[in-house]
Design a protein around this ligand. Sequence first.
Ligand SMILES: [Zn+2]
Length: 354
Amino acid sequence: MIDLDEFRWNAVITRDSSVAGTFVYGVTSTGVFCRSGCTSRRPLRRNVVFFTTTVEAVEAGFRACRRCRPDELAVHDPAVAAVVELCRRLENPKETINVSAFAADHGYSERHLRRRFSELIGVPIGAFTRIARDEHLRGSLRSRVTVTQAIVDAGYGSSRAFYEHGATRLGMAPRRYRDGGRGERIAFTSLETPIGFVVVAATARGVCAVRIGADELTLIDELRDEFPHATLVRDDDELVDVAGVLAGAVRGEADATRLPIDLEGTAFQMRVWDVLRDVPIGQTFTYAQLAEENGTPRAVRAVASACAANPAALVVPCHRIIRRDGTLGGYRWGLDVKEALLENERATAARVNS
Ligand SMILES: [Zn+2]
């Protein structure tokens, strides 16, 4: 479950034993797997792989840690046991599960079960189901089955249903994902604004990158690094409307979040970016509020990383996220840029409300 990695890693480094039972982690440098909360030395991130069950860890060649004994771990909290069972069933693309009936069978209200699920797993039930299906689909796409078969196997039923519900979540059409982005035409343009150059790139489906900086050529070079297999074409005419919206967004006047997007990211990142796009002009959220809105209140650090990884400035307005003490926090394109953007947006909001 690659897309839950941020949440799980956060649990490992904070030694959070309350989520023990919902996953285990293997350490490749030692060959040992542990449960969350193990007091052995913290592993390096690059040496850690996550498994949803101990069986998978054993099958992958890891042996159980003698200190935390993940294989003998009895889950005493019946709510945790119910959540773990629900995960197993949601992961199975062939199963359709009624959450309300499942909750009732286990003696919980649906609301309570959903809340416990989000707390323990890191994402809400609906998101987990989609992630599990996406993961299953990506796994199938990497092997040599046809795209159509992979889509059916992932439980989408038909390619039509997948294209309607799944493609935007993967950030690109499935065939393109399998080809590593090769063969894609990406148009770009740039505009000079009071905060520097803004370079925007878009596929036929939507904006795929927005970069801000003092040097136009550097920004364009970075774009080439980001899409090495795509055909990158400067096309000012094609993107004239997009550029107009972005110029307005820099002034704090236009809402760039309504532009269509075609972003690539993990399911977790995509979800955070979606939530970011709902933060209105003139408002700011703290990282904790954003984590709350995302349905993952304990994954503040992972949410902050997703903000930092945002490939499309302005369109995904990560500049509207600030620290709890009111200071700006970080911004990939420069703190002075962030400050200017927020000032312009506040001024607009004040005009609108007066
Ligand atoms: Zn251990």
